[in-house]
Design a protein around this ligand. Sequence first.
Ligand SMILES: CC(C)(COP(=O)(O)OP(=O)(O)OC[C@H]1O[C@@H](n2cnc3c(N)ncnc32)[C@H](O)[C@@H]1OP(=O)(O)O)[C@@H](O)C(=O)NCCC(=O)NCCS
Length: 189
Amino acid sequence: MVTSFFAQDELPDLGLRSFGKNVLISRKASIYDPEHISVGNNVRIDDFCILSGRIEIGSYVHIAAYCALYGAKGIIMRDFSGLSAKVIIYSVSDDFKGDYLIGSMVPPECTNVIGGTVLLEKYVQVGAGCILLPKVTLGEGVSVGAMSLVTKSLPSWTINFGIPARFYKERKKNLLILERKLKPKDGVK
Ligand SMILES: CC(C)(COP(=O)(O)OP(=O)(O)OC[C@H]1O[C@@H](n2cnc3c(N)ncnc32)[C@H](O)[C@@H]1OP(=O)(O)O)[C@@H](O)C(=O)NCCC(=O)NCCS
């Protein structure tokens, strides 16, 4: 089968801070600051994703096509978390309120770039087309419906959607039973 993924023996050339076993990274993904990016075991990063800054990716993580992770202030994705296509995660943002100019081509003394780490705990799944703003934590087991805007942290084992994303209902935990079937050698701590 033809795929766009780097062969395993090509991965060291990417210069990642660390990476585990069974890592599939598309040749069409753009990885900036690879020395600040760590990747666990059983991870897949698809075509046209952009990863930059400080990014920590656990094991059993899938980042689907067209996602962008802007990790200047840090993005952490724990084991079994995932991003459906076209998710954008901002760990930093310009100040839109009018006191500053905006944009990467403006001298920094005229801008106010604000932000903080975005954390996706274990089993978080973010639906297609979502945007996550800086400093949010998605608690363990959170899922976010398609096309949502996450402006605040979301509590564990909840399903949320909307603009802004709000609580919809509790999320079931049956997936935890399936995790126990995986063998330790598969790279889950
Ligand atoms: C949020 C979600 C999990 C809810 O699923 P569900 O519990 O089966 O909910 P339902 O389909 O019964 O929808 C319940 C209501 O919420 C609305 N709704 C569902 N998802 C929504 C979303 N993402 N944004 C806005 N409204 C949504 C539905 O229109 C429905 O409204 P109604 O009661 O007025 O008719 C699901 O709709 C979703 O967005 N999943 C993400 C799928 C995805 O991104 N897949 C990518 C490939 S993995």
